[in-house]
Every structure is written in C-alpha cells, then in structure tokens.
Ligand binder design. Structure first.
Ligand code: ZN
Length: 311
C-alpha cells in the first residue's frame, strides 16, 4: 500500500529578522505574502507564508523568524536546497536582478536536462531557480517587482542531503508512491506518477558533507500533499505499518497535518490541500490580517501587542 501523495505542499524554514525575510521573499523574489500567523508552539513569534496569488499547495514557503537567532549549518539529515520553477529562458533576467540587488548567487549549473541558478537568502538559506523544460501549467503570478514572464510558478523540487539514501528512498518508494525518475552523480530524483515541477524530491547522497545543524538559514521540515482528510488518515496508517513513528493528525486550521522523521533525519509532514488559506480572509486580502487558530483567538490582543512590527 502506498499513500496517495501528489507532490510538495509547503516547505518551512528558519529565519532571523522577520522584516528582512518579508522584504526578500516579496520584493526581491516577487512571491505573495499569503498568510501572517504565529508559530503555534511559540505564539510570541511569527509564522510567515509566501506563495502564489491563491496560496496554492506546492507554492508555499513558510518561515519561523526569530530575531537575532544564530545561523545553522546546512548539511546531511536536512533538506539542503529549495528549488522554484521559473519560465524557460528567464534565468538571465534573474541573474541580472539578483546581481543588481546584491543577492549572492553561484554560477548556473546543468542538472539533468535543466539549468539551475543557485543563490542564498539573507540568512544563507540555499535556494535555486530552475528553468523547467517540463511543462509547468501553473500560472506565473506577476508582482509589482517581477513581471509575469519571469515570475516564480511555485516549487520545482526539494533536495535532501543524506549520508546514505537507501532507507529514505525506501520510504519514498514503498510508502509514498514515489519512483526514481533520474539519476546523476550523487543526485537521484524521485517523483510521484509521471512527475512535474512541484513534486520532485532529489536525494543528494554525500557522506563528505557536514552534518546539518538547525538554526537560521536552514529548513525545518518538508510537507507533502494529499487531496483530503481520508487520504491523510490512509497515509498515516500506511506509514505507521511501515514502522515509522507518525504523529496524530493535527489541525493546522489551513490544512491538517501528520509528521514523521524519515530515516535519513529529515522531518516530513503530509498536509491536506484543504481547507486552504482563504478560510479567515478573502483571497484578494491574503496576508493582511493576523491568522490565529481557534484556541489562540481569545488571546489575540496580547499576541498582536507582543509581535514585532513588520513594516
Ligand atoms: Zn508544515
């Protein structure tokens, strides 16, 4: 039995300064600020969500920003890099744009049949833009800073760094419906079904990499998507029967989630597509009101007063 995972849902990372984080992802990358919420385990800090116009699953990069938090170290046992899909032919625009705005970038590299532009955010988080030659039917939403012809369409892939990928690959293929679709050097690509941008997971097997340490500029977890609550419950049973320790289903208001650590050390989540981010503010106003889960709603005034100002 395999869980009916259809791709990536969201990816959550750790940042330091929330204002710097908001500026980078909205102004420089042109993503939409789609939800301002709080860390449910630490309501004195934000949980900031960026994505496409409609906050579609597969486009959502989120952050827990803690002001002054020291940097972590990217390495094994972590999601190593987060790749976004951009239109074919748009990398020269992005190279120029990142250079002009002082964003550190590395030379474009060839990965399988595609060109990849690696760069980092202000906390050193590893990001990539992939000029996808696969058909990516998702609409590139223009922002006031990035025209539609160059705009990010959502995730392309997540790369996990591992000392040994055997057990991780086993979880992906035996329980999550992924198959290996490409392989090159230390990198193997896994995709569900026929695969498309927004679904891929690359396993980078390199024992020479340092062990990852959590901190600003590192990924906290990678969330995969299932269509509904029934698929979520089914996925939990399949993963539990495979021997993994899986959390109960947790209601995150915008989606329901289960969490488990894959054998290579990366925290995985499976989240439902619904109900989505428009449950507490209309789509054209996403990101404007502080979103709180029902159990924190009675404390709204204190929570809002304690949070740092974003702008
Ligand atoms: Zn999550």
């Amino acid at each position: 039995m395999q869980a009916q995972v259809t791709g990536l849902h969201h990816i959550t990372a750790i940042a330091s300064d929330p204002r710097q984080n908001l500026d980078f992802y909205t102004r420089i990358l042109g993503l939409r600020f789609v939800k301002k919420s709080v860390n449910q385990d630490d309501p004195g800090t934000y949980h900031l969500y960026y994505g496409d116009y409609a906050a579609s699953p597969g486009t959502i990069l989120t952050f827990f920003p803690w002001a002054g938090l020291p940097r972590g170290r990217s390495g094994t046992g972590q999601a190593w890099a987060t790749a976004f899909s951009v239109p074919d032919g748009s990398l020269s625009y992005w190279m120029e744009r990142l250079k002009k705005l002082g964003v550190p970038q590395q030379p474009v590299e060839q990965r399988f049949t595609e060109e990849v532009l690696p760069f980092t955010d202000p906390d050193g988080l590893r990001l990539e833009l992939v000029a996808a030659d696969e058909t990516d039917p998702r609409l590139a939403a223009p922002s006031k800073d990035v025209p539609a012809g160059f705009a990010i369409r959502g995730f392309h892939s997540s790369t996990l760094a591992l000392t040994d990928s055997t057990a991780t690959a086993q979880v992906l293929t035996a329980s999550m419906g992924y198959t290996m679709t490409n392989q090159m050097g230390h990198r193997a690509r896994y995709s569900p079904g026929t695969g498309r941008p927004g679904t891929h997971v690359d396993l980078l097997t390199d024992p020479a990499l340092p062990r990852g340490l959590s901190g600003a500029g590192t990924i906290h977890h990678v969330a995969f998507r299932v269509t509904d609550d029934a698929q979520e419950v089914a996925a939990r049973e399949i993963l539990r029967k495979s021997g993994l320790s899986v959390s109960p289903v947790i209601d995150r208001a915008y989606f329901k989630s289960i969490y488990y650590r894959e054998p290579g050390g990366v925290l995985f989540e499976i989240a439902t597509d619904g109900p989505g981010f428009a449950i507490d503010e209309p789509v054209d106003q996403l990101g404007t009101k502080l979103g709180l889960p029902p159990h924190l709603e009675p404390h709204r005034a204190e929570i809002e007063a304690a949070l740092p100002k974003l702008g």
